[in-house]
Design a protein around this ligand. Structure first.
Ligand code: AMP
Ligand code: MG
Length: 417
């Protein structure tokens, strides 16, 4: 028995012909591993990439004790216990220009937000609270020592982890690295994903479809979804339903990519034709998943690459990518924690047909007004109807056990982006 078979056959509730969505996700998650290979990049080039080594702060942030407000820095012991306090202004501390003198008792320093606190001071009284009196200020009763004083290292101390391994570097992460004086980071190399479409009926955009042919759209949705995730996409075009053509495409894909995503050819009628081919090239499981759309799915390995054989129907491709492939690719990219769109409750304004015993993903439009979330259908729900997919901003996720939904019931939705 082969390793993939071994891994699944001892699993509770594993039935390849009626596989629960959660089980399929579990099998896939249990098998994929982060790729090796890293790059050093200037932080600007690292936008959207995955951090391969944690970034440890070389400095304290803030680097020195400073003022949290515009006002007057003083020694807490100068404040009188009852009544007003009069303090002589000994000088000024600006951001980037510290006060160089000494602050004596009965004195204060005019200070701006972010300016270095004179070492003798432990409090800043905000500007709006005081009255000026020539070269002095009058501080009202009730001001407490220790206020508006930001300590060095309060946000991040030298030696602390600033950015954790597995983080995606977004604008905030670039800014934080820069604030520490860090110009370069180590990121994982890009994940290479090969995609191709299968089907004798397909023609590529830019060519004339013969009678009965349709344009290949799956390569474009897959390109979009994989690119958005940060993968490098290798487009191998349309492959005809011939074993030699499929074999050549799969070999090329496995040699050049970490993951292979195909569409079409895994439905009940067609799977039998590619099953022996895949068995020869690697180890691939064929599943019928208890879901709609997207029932047939193939998952396995060819050489060092993971294969995701998605169904051909355009919406099924997007649903299965969102539910299984996206998370698997993210794990291979080393993203930690894994991004998974949360399930958000919303009131469904349409009645929905649904049979218990499978998970359904319907295309919805979620709107929110005054804290009230509503979702309606985005249009016809056939698994080939991309139009409603293009209008949708979410999936309405109807759980495995759930039956039909009446208008006004609460459902769960998952945002698309
Ligand atoms: P299959 O899974 O190969 O049986 O395909 C299921 C349905 O999806 C058929 O109607 C195909 O014509 C259609 N289909 C398959 N691949 C594509 C594609 N790349 N672009 C658009 N439609 C497709
Ligand atoms: Mg086909």
């Amino acid at each position: 028995m082969s390793s993939l078979q071994d891994a699944v056959s001892c699993m509770d509730g594993y039935d390849p012909d009626a596989l629960h969505v959660d089980r399929a996700r579990e099998v896939i998650r249990g098998l994929v591993r982060p790729i090796r290979g890293t790059q050093r990049l200037f932080i600007r080039e690292a936008l959207g990439r995955v951090l391969a080594c944690e970034v440890v702060s070389p400095i304290d942030v803030p680097g020195h004790d400073n003022a949290a407000m515009d006002g007057y820095a003083l020694r807490g012991c100068s404040l009188s216990a009852h009544g007003e306090t009069r303090l002589r202004i000994a000088g000024t501390a600006l951001a980037g220009r510290p006060f160089e003198g000494r602050v004596g008792e009965g004195e204060c320093v005019r200070i701006m937000t972010g300016a270095v606190m004179p070492p003798e001071c432990d409090s800043v009284v905000m500007q709006e609270a005081v009255r000026s009196a020539g070269d002095a200020v009058i501080i009202p009763a009730g001001e407490k020592p220790g206020r508006n004083w930001r300590r060095a290292g309060e946000d991040l101390a030298a030696g602390q982890t600033a950015l954790a391994t597995g983080m995606i570097l977004g604008p905030a992460q670039l800014g934080l690295a820069a604030s520490l004086g860090i110009a370069e980071v180590t990121v994982r190399r890009r994940l290479r994903v090969a995609i191709f479409s299968t089907g004798d009926e397909l023609c590529s955009i830019g060519t004339q479809p013969a009678r009965g042919q349709i344009f290949d759209s799956n390569r474009y949705t897959l390109f979009g979804m994989a690119s958005r995730l940060g993968c490098e996409v290798i487009d191998l075009g349309v492959v005809r339903d011939r074993p030699e053509a499929l074999e050549a495409a799969l070999r090329e894909a496995a040699e050049n990519a970490d993951a292979i995503i195909t569409s079409g050819g895994v439905s009940v009628g067609e799977a039998d034709f590619i099953r022996p081919l895949l068995a020869r090239l690697g180890e691939v499981l064929f599943w019928k998943i208890a879901m709609k759309p997207g029932r047939p799915l193939a998952f396995g390995r060819i050489g060092d690459a993971f294969l995701f054989g998605l169904p051909g129907n355009p919406v099924a491709v997007m649903v299965t990518f969102h539910q299984f492939v996206r998370e698997a690719l993210a794990a291979m990219m080393g993203i930690d924690p894994l991004p998974r769109a949360p399930l958000i409750p919303a009131v469904c304004t349409d009645a929905l047909r649904k049979a218990p015993g499978r998970t359904e993903y319907q295309r919805g439009i979620l709107s929110e007004e005054g804290g009230h979330r509503e979702v309606r259908l985005a249009g016809a729900q056939g698994s080939g109807v991309l139009r409603s997919m293009a209008c949708a901003n979410c999936f309405i996720v109807l759980e495995h056990e759930r039956g039909a939904v009446r208008a006004g019931e609460t459902v769960s939705v998952q945002m698309l982006d």
